[in-house]
Design a protein. Structure first.
Length: 1153
């Protein structure tokens, strides 16, 4: 039986004690855990959900007086601090200071630490949609106090469903059940306007900015009316169409069609006022619809009434006087003017005026017909819900019947509706009151409205050269001057293949058709792609309440490529339609305006379902034809081109569009006709044209030829071995350093044939010496030198010789070009080809190109001699060391070298096989290295294979470039493995190696074999474990005893490579008892096994673990202190002193005998 030395490890334990009462100790622990009784910093909000541009008030309260440190807040991008409103909210408190960094991304709040009121209010305004989280932090002593995250959601106006549904605001508060009218300030979800402090007033989005406008395009058409009163300019009557009581004929078709009433989503629309019901006790109470036109808008209303007839545009009311109980029920429909297609998703706003005590307006309150409601905070309008019809509300003013001020205004937004119904109840003040009642249509809303989104409308262009055209409609809504934008600009970016034509930019006033003077001169960006148009004075009345049409044009530039259009598909991409011949080019624009220092950017409206994309410009593209010249085209000498067909000179006629509009493509005429009076080469131009008249010129090479006979030229190559006295042969053999003569032979035959510009070329193969200047001759069959046009050209880089004869050959002739050379060392085992070629033309200018070859084979001198060597390395402390002996479980690396030891030979198709012995496991192949003198190493793949249950490492190559021809060339193979722990004692691992290959003749060389031997000695038993433990800081105890766990688990890693499966055990011995330097600890160490047995440790070794039976390999042992296992300190009461104690324990690993 083999015995092993014991493995021992010792380490130190630390243990701290302190003294104090339980109360103080408890406080100590609380402090260490940083447990707080209350929250000294509080952040709250008055809202959790707001709309863009809306404000929210945050209240920040600090209960902490022990610090002068500021309270810090990071401001999320998309929120801004309104410092002016914040100042107003905290007016009268001088114990506060607020600062913002330059980027306005961080806010610091300083509070007087002695003040009783340590509270501040902060006003934030939302700029963009999103979910935000806000926190406040303050440093107190060494702690950083942080409020819980305050969540804020900024949401857009609630999307409108396609079906009529109850309004969102209806769901907030149940409709009133009593009969009383309520102030409209109480209407659920109302947006109240402060006409004095306007900064924080709600904003009407541009999507709801549609209002009807007076323009020179506007006209009226009516049906079913009872009186045409359009010529009236008496202030007591509205000029327009009059409709009497409909009770007698309720189904009669009655309407007023207002043509070109405004522009919606880039298109002029008609608004149809349909009269549904008129209840009038007399004709004086008939329903009157005002028909103010562009021509009559400036007429004074007269007789004490202020304003002009423009103020009564689209107003409705009683013809002369109303009686209580009179009512008008009507609705508005919307149509595209050009197509007369009805619009079913109309959005806009209705600005009611003169809602006083003499009339009521009844309108639907669902989420589409009343998506938002606006009124001044001092409005005199009252309302009542679901009267008389559920889902509607009546709005009634309390102001005097002649009152028409802002307190009688009401703005209601509607979104995606097919019609907008209104019921007007008149003479509501008293039973017998009779007067003319008017419900005004006001284009100016109570609050700010954003400019409309730009509407981009592409145009069709048929011009040549190609021209891109489109125009942009930009509405600037009517609103109070206090709401005018600080700045406004419009930008549009051109596609890269068109250039903006600044001279063509035109800005028009849509309403009167005049050229606008409200914008600065348009400018281009540095790259000349983006056009910017900026308002001259955005705060002027002339700029506001208008609609502008910007016409933009550009010309095609040199970067245009039709391939970027053809075959392309997709949403808003450049395309080409072969059926129409138009390029479709998406265009766009963007506006940007500043309000109270805030910059707002708007893109065009998104397309609604089924809506045609108007922002597409169409440019006519006429296809470009193309064709290929007919190759080797010949014409006779003195040929008249007027008698030839141009179609015979071109082929494969085509057009880039492949459109039927451009076909057929035809060859129509010649241009640049050459002189055909003498033979030679020339060029002629053939003009081709498409069906749309687009031409292209094709240049065709032609040969002007005669009828001379064609010469026949034979070319051959030969090599003579002067050293071995071997005559000229097309297939010659040689050895290194043999002297050779290379010859090219050219024979011209056929009487009266002509060889123009005769030229001979001969290449010199790599394996022989390149001839020096003057060593090449050109002679005839009589060995007479032939006169050359210029000296022979020696191109050593291309390894080519060129000889140009001076004279044209018109008789039979034999020409020989030759030179002497020598076989070089590098040619060993190689086969080379030399090529002889001739060039020139015959009398018809047909190219002559004939060649011949000769081959040279350089033979070996001897069989390749290959030497084998092998070595083994084992891993030791992270590096490899050479060895002939190893232990079980060792990681070993094998290296095999096969070296060619003689010159002038060839070793190709190299193959090396190493057979893996038993008990060598986990084989990992590395690589094979091909190493040749004076060359860079080449790495090649190495394979691990299994044959009949035996593993083999195999390298083989058949690549000619991998062959060895020089002494010292070698193959190096490396692979790794691990010695099995089950290997027999003092066993030798034998690795047989076999080396094979071919010689220069392709014959198998004599195999080389050998062995790599590795002796295996006996294994080891060793271990590692935890080096130190800490039992922490503990209190002195006066009674009983306490067990303390260490700061970590006991872990041991035991490695057994003995290969015997003999059992082993672990012993523990206290080598130094716990002491603080002067006193011993009253207590000791115990060990709890994984089965729960408790072992008291002493200076005598105690067994704590045994492995039986053992197994080869690694054992990882862990005693988990959380499960009560492992080493524990047993502290006993009394006799212990305050201090730091340490001791030492020794572990011993030994085999169990």
């Amino acid at each position: 039986m083999r015995h092993f030395r014991k493995k021992e490890i010792s380490y130190m334990f630390l243990f701290f004690l302190f003294v104090g009462s339980g109360f103080l100790a408890g406080n100590h622990y609380f402090k260490r855990a940083a447990i707080q009784a209350d929250t000294p910093l509080v952040l709250t909000s008055d809202k959790q959900k707001i709309l863009p541009a809306e404000t929210v008030t945050l209240t920040l309260k600090s209960n902490q007086k022990a610090t002068k440190e500021p309270i810090m807040m990071n401001i999320p991008k998309g929120l801004v601090v309104d410092l002016e409103m914040t100042k107003q909210l905290n007016d009268g408190h001088d114990n506060q200071e607020i600062t913002l960094n330059e980027e306005q991304s961080k806010l610091a709040v300083y509070l007087n630490s002695e003040a009783d009121n340590r509270e501040i209010k902060l006003c934030f305004r939302a700029e963009t949609y999103g979910d935000y989280s806000i926190e406040a932090t303050q440093k107190v002593a060494n702690d950083l106090q942080t409020t819980p995250p305050l969540k804020l959601q900024v949401v857009p106006v609630e999307p409108i469903s396609q079906k009529f549904a109850p309004s969102l605001i209806d769901d907030v508060i149940a409709p009133f059940a009593d009969s009383d009218y309520q102030p409209v300030q109480n209407y659920p979800g109302i947006n109240l306007i402060d006409p004095i402090n306007t900064v924080n007033n709600p904003v009407i989005p541009g999507e709801n900015g549609f209002v009807m406008r007076l323009s020179d395009r506007l006209s009226y058409e009516a049906k079913g009316y009872d009186l045409d009163y359009r010529g009236n300019y008496d202030w007591s009557h509205l000029p327009g169409f009059i409709f009497y009581d409909t009770t007698a004929n309720p189904v009669k078709d009655r309407y007023v069609l207002v043509k070109n009433a405004g522009i919606y989503r880039g298109k002029w629309i008609d608004v149809k006022l349909v009269v549904d019901e008129v209840i009038a006790k007399s004709t004086s109470g008939a329903f009157s619809v005002a028909t103010t036109t562009y021509d009559t808008k400036d007429i004074d209303f007269g007789l004490g009434e202020t304003g002009t007839f423009a103020d009564y545009f689209m107003s409705v009311g009683a013809y002369e006087g109303s009686t209580k109980g009179d009512s008008f029920k009507y609705h508005y429909e919307f149509y595209e003017h050009d197509s007369q297609k009805r619009i079913s998703t109309m959005s806009g706003m209705w600005n009611y005026q003169r809602l006083n005590e003499e009339k009521q307006a009844q309108i639907p309150t669902d989420s589409k017909h009343m998506s938002s409601l606006y009124a001044n905070n001092d409005t005199t309008v009252y309302y009542k819900r679901d009267v008389p019809t559920p889902g509607t509300a009546r709005f009634w003013g309390t102001a005097d019947g002649y009152e028409s001020g802002p307190d009688t205004y009401l703005t209601s937004l509607f979104s995606k509706v097919a019609e907008y119904p209104i019921t007007m109840n008149l003479a509501t003040k008293e039973d017998d009151y009779s007067t003319g009642m008017i419900l005004m249509y006001n284009r100016t809303p109570l609050t700010r409205i954003y400019p409309g989104r730009p509407e981009v409308i592409g145009e069709i262009s048929n011009e040549d050269p190609k021209r891109l055209k489109y125009h942009i409609l930009q509405e600037i809504p009517a609103q109070l001057p206090v709401y005018y934008s600080d700045s406004f600009k419009l930008t549009t970016t051109f596609p890269t293949d068109f250039d903006i034509d600044l001279n063509s930019i035109k800005i028009m006033n849509v309403l009167d058709g005049t050229v606008s003077t409200d914008f600065k001169q348009p400018t281009l960006s540095a790259d000349k792609r983006t056009l910017t148009i900026e308002a001259m004075n955005p705060k002027s009345s002339s700029f506001n309440d208008d609609m502008y049409e910007i016409y933009v044009e550009g010309t095609v530039n040199s970067s245009f490529d039709f391939a970027n259009y053809k075959g392309k598909t997709g949403n808003r991409v450049k395309t080409y339609d072969p059926a129409t011949g138009y390029l479709a080019i998406p265009v766009t624009a963007q506006n940007e305006f500043v309000i109270n220092g805030k910059t707002i950017t708007q893109d065009p409206n998104l397309l609604e379902e089924g809506e045609e994309d108007k922002a597409i410009s169409y440019v006519k593209y006429k296809g470009i034809p193309d064709g290929d010249p007919v190759m080797d085209k010949k014409v006779k000498i003195n040929q008249d081109f007027n008698l030839l067909n141009p179609s015979d000179f071109v082929t494969n006629l085509r057009v880039d569009t492949d459109s039927p509009l451009d076909k057929p493509v035809e060859a129509v005429r010649f241009e640049n006709i050459p002189d055909t009076s003498k033979p030679g080469t020339a060029k002629v131009t053939v003009v081709i044209v498409t069906a749309q008249g687009i031409e292209k010129k094709i240049i065709v090479d032609v040969t002007i030829a005669n009828n001379d006979p064609v010469p026949v030229i034979n070319v051959s190559g030969a090599i003579r071995n002067d050293t071995q006295n071997l005559g000229f042969s097309a297939n010659q053999s040689a050895h290194i350093n043999d002297e050779l003569t290379f010859q090219g032979k050219v024979v011209k035959t056929i009487a009266n044939s002509v060889w123009l510009e005769p030229t001979l070329k001969m290449n010199v193969p790599e394996g022989v010496t390149f001839p020096k200047t003057g060593n090449v001759t050109v002679k005839d069959e009589n060995n007479t030198e032939i006169e050359l046009a210029e000296p022979i050209q020696y191109d050593s880089n291309a390894r080519e010789l060129t000889a140009k004869l001076k004279n044209t050959l018109s008789t039979d002739a034999t020409i020989m070009i030759q030179f002497q050379t020598k076989v070089e060392d590098k040619a060993l085992g190689q086969t080379y080809e030399t090529k002889v070629s001739v060039a020139g033309k015959d009398s018809n200018f047909t190219p002559i190109d004939v060649s011949g070859t000769a081959n040279l084979t350089v033979e070996d001198y001897a069989e390749p001699q290959v030497q084998f060597a092998g070595k083994v390395q084992k891993e030791s402390e992270g590096s490899w060391i050479d060895t002939i002996q190893a232990n079980p479980n060792d990681l070993v690396n094998y290296t095999i070298e096969a070296t060619l030891t003689n010159d002038y030979t060839v070793w190709s198709n190299q193959k090396i096989v190493a057979t893996i012995p038993n008990n060598l496991e986990n084989i990992t192949v590395d690589k094979a290295i091909l190493r040749r003198p004076h060359q860079t190493d080449i790495e090649l793949p190495l394979k691990l294979m299994t044959e009949s249950g035996v593993q083999k490492v195999v390298f083989e190559t058949s690549e000619a470039t991998n062959a060895f021809t020089e002494s010292g060339s070698k193959l190096i193979l490396t692979y790794t493995g691990k010695i099995s722990v089950n290997v027999g004692l003092n066993e030798t691992l034998v690795t047989p190696v076999s080396i094979e290959g071919l010689n220069s003749k392709g014959q198998v060389i004599q195999p080389i074999t050998g062995n790599i031997n590795l002796a295996v000695s006996e294994g080891t038993l060793q271990f590692t474990t935890t080096s130190s433990l800490d039992f922490g800081v503990q209190e002195l105890i006066s009674i009983s005893e306490k067990r303390h766990a260490p700061d970590k688990n006991i872990e041991m890693l035991v490695e057994d490579t003995r290969g015997t499966n003999e059992r082993w055990k672990i012993m523990a011995t206290i080598t130094q008892e716990f002491t603080n330097g002067t006193s011993l600890l009253n207590g000791g160490l115990t060990f709890v096994t994984d089965t729960g047995s408790v072992i008291e440790l002493s200076k005598t070794a105690s067994q704590v673990y045994e492995k039986n039976p053992a197994s080869n390999g690694t054992s990882n042992l862990i005693w988990d202190r959380t499960k009560g296992q492992g080493l524990f300190l047993q502290q006993k009461a009394g006799m212990n002193k305050i201090g730091s104690y340490q001791g030492e324990l020794q572990w011993t690993l030994t085999d169990a005998l």
